[in-house]
Write a protein that binds this ligand. Structure first.
Ligand code: GLN
Ligand code: ZN
Length: 760
C-alpha cells in the first residue's frame, strides 16, 4: 500500500467557526473554556475528514488559535519580556497579546511583527530573538493535541515546524549576533518534544523545514546535519518535509540527513523527482507532494500516476503520496458550494477533495484497479479535457489585445520631476499632506446591509443608497478630522480583490471558499478560470459621487493587477503573467475613465507585489519585470497632472527598491510603523525620487497611537527622506478597526502633521 497523508489541514473550519469563536472570546462573549471546546470540536472534525477521505495518517499539531509559528514560539518559551506578566496563568491570552497587542486578560502591549509565510498570503507572528536567549518547553499543545487525536482513535502524525525554519524566520532584537548560536539550546526543547511524542504510539513525526527550498547560506545548510543528528536519537521516525519549491543544490545534503523520510513538493518542482530517486538512500521513505496545496484545481490523476511510475517501481512501500504543502492554503470543502456553476465546480477540489485525490492515487499506486478507482480516473481525464477546450476559458479578443501591448503603453508622458511640478500646482497640498489608505471601518451596519442585499432582501437601489449614506458620513468625518486627501471609505467593497473580480469576466466566486490570512482574518480568493476583460466601469460612479460630496480632493481607489492576481487562485493552464496583463489592460481603462470623470488622484494598491516574488533570487528579475510592467500598463494612461498613488504593506524594500522605483508611482504609501521606519533606509540609499507616505499608525492593533509616538516616527522619517516629499498616513486600510479608535488615532495623526508643519 502506498501510504497517503496530507502535510497539514486547514484549521478554520468549513464555515470559519474558529474565527467566530475567537472573535467572540476577544469581545467577551465567549469564555475560555467554551473557546477551548470549540477548538477540540474543530480538530476532531478535521481529523475525521482526513480519515474519511482515506488518509492513513491524520495531521496533528497543525491547529493554532492564531498562528503556527506563534505556537512554536510558545512551545519554546520564546516569549518577549514585555509579555512575561501573566504567562503562568494564561498562555492563551499571552499568545493573543503577542499577536495583536491585547487580550481579555493581561497588559496591552506593542504586538510582535507579523509577516508573510514564504510566498503565500498567510501571515505568521515573527519570533523575536536576542543574544544569549534560552529556551524551555513552555506550551505542550502539540503533545496534548496528538494525545487527543489518539484517544479518539485517529492515527496521528504530529507536525512541527523545524528548529532551523523557526530560527531563520525569527528576527533579531537588540544587539546583532549570529542566530545559529541559539540552535543548541533550541534543539534541546525539540528533543524533549520528540521524546514525549515517542512515549505515545506515534510512529512518525513530520518536521517541516521549508527554508530548504530557499537560497540558504552554507552555514545554515550545514547546520541541518548536526541538528537532525541530535533529533534522530528520539525513537521516533522523522519525515522531513520541504515544500514551496525544489531542493536544488541542497539535494545532496538533504537526502543524506539522518532522518527516515523526506517529503518533496512535486507541484512546484516536478523535476526534482528523478534526482531524488537517484540519490535517496535505500532505507528511506519518500513522500511525494503531487496534489497542489496552493491551488484549487482538480488534479490530472492519470498524468500524476504516470509521473510516479518510476518512484513506485523503485520505492514500493516506501512511497507516500501527499499534498505538495499544507492544505492550509486552500478552502475546506467544495461540497458546501451550492451556487457554483456546475461546469466550473467540476473543475475544482478543496482540502477535503484533495484528500480524496491523494487517497485515490495511493490506492491506484498500490495496484487497486477496481471500478471505483477507474471511474475516478475517468472523471479526472474528462475534467482536464473540458478545461482545455472550453469557450468560457479561451477568448480570442482578449488574446489579441494582450498581443498588442507595446512599451509605449507603459510610459507616463513626462518624467516624474515634470509631473511633480504640475501636480503641485494643481493640487495645492500643504507640507506633510495627510491621507488614509482607503478603507474605513466596515461597521456591523454596512455588513448587515450587504448581507441583506446578497440575500435579495434589499433591492439594488436601496443598497446603493445606504452605501452612499455611509460614504457621505465617512467623508464628513474626514472633513472634521481635517485630512487633506480624502477617500470614499470603500463601504461598498466586501473585499479589495473580490469587489473587482466580481465585475470582471474570467472570475468565479465561492460562498465558503475561505482561507486563513492572519489570526482570525480569512480571505475568500476569487478563482481566475479564464481570459479576463472588463465589461463596464467598476468604481467610477462611486468615486464621482464621493467627489461631489466635498471640495477637498477625493482619491480614486483601485486594486492593482499584480495584487488581484496574487490574491486570487490563478489558472494553472497559462503563465501568471498572461492573466496579469489581461488584468492590467482592464484596470488601465478604469484609470482613464476615473480621470475623465474628474478624479485627480488615483491610488492603485499593490500590497501583494512582494509576496508574489519567487522564493529563489534567480527567478526574481523575470517576475519583477512583468509585475512592474503590468502596474505601469495600468497606471500610465493618465495626464501628467493626475497623481497616481500606490500602496504596499508588510513590505521590505531593500532588495527590490529599483523595481519599486521603476513603478514610478507619484506617491507610494508603505507599512512602516511596526518596524520603526527601518523600511525607509532602502528608499534613502536609493535616493528614491518620488513622494512617500510611511505609515505612522499600526492598524493591525486596536491600540491608539499616541501623538508623541507618531511625531517621533515622522521625525525619524524626515531624517531619511526630505520632508517636502513625505506624506502622513496610517500603515494600511482601516476597515478592520472601529470608529472610536480610528477617530482618536487620526485626530492624533492630523494634529501631529499640523504641529510639524510649523516646525519644518
Ligand atoms: N485600499 C485598501 C484598504 O484601505 C488597501 C488594503 C491593503 O493594502 N491590504 O483597505
Ligand atoms: Zn495595506
Amino acid at each position: 500500500m502506498a501510504t497517503s497523508h496530507c502535510v497539514g489541514f486547514p484549521r478554520i473550519g468549513r464555515y470559519r467557526e474558529l474565527k467566530k469563536a475567537t472573535e467572540a472570546y476577544w469581545r467577551g462573549d465567549l469564555d475560555q473554556s467554551a473557546l477551548m471546546a470549540e477548538g477540540s470540536r474543530l480538530r476532531s472534525m478535521h481529523w475525521r475528514m482526513q480519515q474519511d477521505a482515506g488518509m492513513d495518517w491524520v495531521a496533528t499539531g497543525d491547529f493554532a488559535w492564531y498562528d503556527q509559528m506563534l505556537n512554536h514560539s510558545m512551545m519554546l518559551g520564546a516569549i518577549p519580556q514585555r509579555f512575561e506578566d501573566g504567562i503562568e496563568d494564561n498562555q492563551l491570552d499571552t499568545q493573543f497579546r503577542m499577536a495583536r497587542g491585547r487580550a481579555p486578560s493581561g497588559q496591552a502591549t506593542a504586538a510582535c511583527e507579523m509577516t508573510k509565510w514564504f510566498d503565500t498570503n498567510y501571515h505568521y507572528i515573527v519570533p523575536e530573538l536576542h543574544k544569549g536567549q534560552t529556551f524551555q518547553l513552555t506550551s505542550r499543545a502539540v503533545i496534548e493535541e496528538t494525545a487527543e487525536a489518539q484517544e479518539q482513535g485517529f492515527n496521528a502524525k504530529p507536525v512541527l515546524i523545524g528548529p532551523l525554519t523557526w530560527l531563520w524566520l525569527g528576527k533579531i532584537k537588540g544587539e546583532h549576533f549570529n542566530r545559529l548560536e541559539l540552535l543548541d539550546d533550541l534543539v534541546v526543547v525539540y528533543g524533549q518534544v520528540l521524546s514525549e511524542l515517542a512515549k505515545t504510539s506515534v510512529q512518525w513525526v513530520q518536521i517541516d523545514e521549508p527554508i530548504l527550498v530557499l537560497d540558504l547560506p552554507q552555514p545554515w545548510l550545514q547546520a541541518f546535519e548536526s541538528v537532525y543528528n541530535r533529533l534522530q536519537t528520539h525513537d521516533i521516525k522523522i519525515m522531513l518535509a520541504t515544500y514551496f519549491g525544489g531542493l536544488q543544490e541542497a539535494t545532496t545534503t538533504v537526502v543524506n540527513l539522518p532522518v527516515e523520510g523526506l517529503h518533496i513538493d512535486l507541484v512546484r518542482a516536478p523535476e526534482q523527482l528523478m534526482s531524488e530517486l537517484d540519490r535517496l538512500p535505500a532505507y528511506k521513505t519518500l513522500s511525494v507532494g503531487v496534489i497542489d496545496g496552493r491551488n484549487i484545481w482538480r488534479s490530472d490523476l492519470s498524468g500524476i500516476l504516470e509521473q510516479l511510475k518510476p518512484a513506485r517501481e523503485k520505492l514500493g512501500e516506501r512511497l507516500w503520496v501527499s499534498s505538495s504543502c499544507s492544505l492550509l492554503h486552500v478552502p475546506v470543502d467544495l461540497s458546501s458550494e451550492e451556487r457554483l456553476d456546475d461546469e466550473i465546480k467540476s473543475w475544482l477540489a478543496f482540502a477535503v477533495e484533495k484528500c480524496d485525490e491523494i487517497a485515490v492515487l495511493g490506492r491506484a499506486l498500490s495496484g487497486d484497479n477496481s471500478d471505483k478507482i477507474r471511474t475516478l480516473f475517468a472523471l479526472s481525464d474528462a475534467v482536464a479535457c473540458s478545461r482545455k477546450t472550453s469557450r468560457r476559458v479561451h477568448r480570442k479578443e482578449v488574446a489579441q489585445k494582450v498581443n498588442a501591448i507595446s512599451p509605449r503603453l507603459m510610459q507616463r508622458h513626462s518624467p516624474y520631476a515634470v509631473r511633480q511640478k504640475l501636480q503641485r500646482e494643481k493640487l495645492k497640498l500643504p507640507l506633510f499632506p495627510t491621507t488614509t489608505i482607503g478603507s474605513f471601518p466596515q461597521t456591523t451596519e454596512i455588513r448587515r446591509q450587504r448581507g441583506l442585499y446578497r440575500k435579495k432582501q434589499l433591492g439594488r437601489q436601496a443598497y446603493l443608497e445606504s452605501m452612499q449614506q455611509e460614504i457621505q458620513a465617512t467623508i464628513k468625518r474626514q472633513e472634521t478630522l481635517g485630512l487633506d486627501v480624502l477617500v470614499h471609505g470603500e463601504a461598498e467593497r466586501n473585499d479589495m480583490v473580490e469587489y473587482f473580480g466580481e465585475q470582471l469576466e474570467g472570475f468565479v466566486f465561492t460562498e465558503y471558499g475561505w482561507v486563513q490570512s492572519y489570526g482570525s482574518r480569512c480571505v475568500k480568493p476569487p478563482i481566475i478560470y479564464g481570459d479576463i476583460c472588463r465589461p463596464e466601469p467598476m468604481t467610477v460612479s462611486w468615486s464621482v459621487f464621493a467627489q461631489q460630496q466635498t471640495r477637498k480632493i477625493m482619491k480614486g481607489m483601485l486594486t492593482g493587477p499584480v495584487t488581484i492576481l496574487c490574491w486570487s487562485f490563478p489558472r494553472d493552464d497559462v503563465p501568471k503573467r498572461t492573466s496579469c496583463e489581461q488584468l492590467a489592460l482592464a484596470l488601465r481603462k478604469e484609470v482613464t475613465d476615473l480621470e475623465q470623470a474628474g478624479i485627480q488622484v488615483i491610488q492603485i494598491d499593490e500590497p501583494a507585489i512582494r509576496e508574489g516574488l519567487p522564493l529563489r533570487k534567480e527567478d526574481w528579475p523575470e517576475y519583477l519585470d512583468w509585475a512592474v510592467n503590468c502596474f505601469r500598463l495600468a497606471a500610465s494612461g493618465v495626464k501628467d497632472d493626475t497623481q497616481i498613488h500606490t500602496h504596499m504593506c508588510y513590505s521590505e524594500f531593500n532588495d527590490i527598491i529599483e523595481y519599486i522605483a521603476a513603478m514610478d508611482a507619484d506617491v507610494i504609501t508603505i507599512e512602516t510603523s511596526r518596524s520603526d521606519m527601518e523600511l525607509l533606509d532602502a528608499f534613502e540609499e536609493f535616493e528614491y525620487p518620488n513622494e512617500i507616505g510611511p505609515g505612522v499608525y499600526d492598524i493591525h492593533s486596536p491600540n491608539v497611537p499616541e501623538r508623541e509616538w507618531i511625531k517621533q516616527l515622522i521625525q525619524k522619517a524626515a531624517e531619511k527622506i526630505p520632508p517636502e516629499r513625505l506624506w502622513i498616513n496610517p500603515d494600511c486600510g482601516l476597515k478592520t478597526r472601529d470608529w472610536p479608535e480610528v477617530e482618536e488615532a487620526l485626530t492624533n495623526m492630523v494634529q501631529v502633521a499640523r504641529e510639524l508643519r510649523a516646525e519644518y
